[in-house]
Design a protein around this ligand. Sequence first.
Ligand code: FES
Length: 141
Amino acid sequence: MSSPAFRPSRRIVFQGLGARGVAAALAGCGGSDDSGSSGGGAAPEAGAALATVAEVPVGGGIVLPDDNLVITQPTKGEFKAFLATCTHTGTQVNEVDGAEIVCPNHGSRFSITDGAVLNPPASSPLEAFAIKVDGDNLVAA
Ligand code: FES
């Protein structure tokens, strides 16, 4: 890894507030039942810029695959982040569907508010990741 300086957010997987993308996302899953993508490795260092405040929809969130993080904004001005590693068998979650973070592998869903399991087979919440607002940016805390 090189510099922890500001990183552009083009790799962000935008997730809207609707559910329209779900079917397409699932259709692309192709029956892979192994551990799936394990995603981006180590979490970003403290101070690393992750996204801009404006990129995270209120009542939803975004997935940062390369950082293996999900950043959400459950209510306006309240930002949360979680490791994107599903607590079932470790697939990287890949979508935020409204107020739910979705794992493509076996369909577990987690709350954007606290990472709690909303739909099994996962039984443990997503691991929280500390972030803070720094001007217009969200950075690792
Ligand atoms: S790895 Fe099975 S639901 Fe996520």
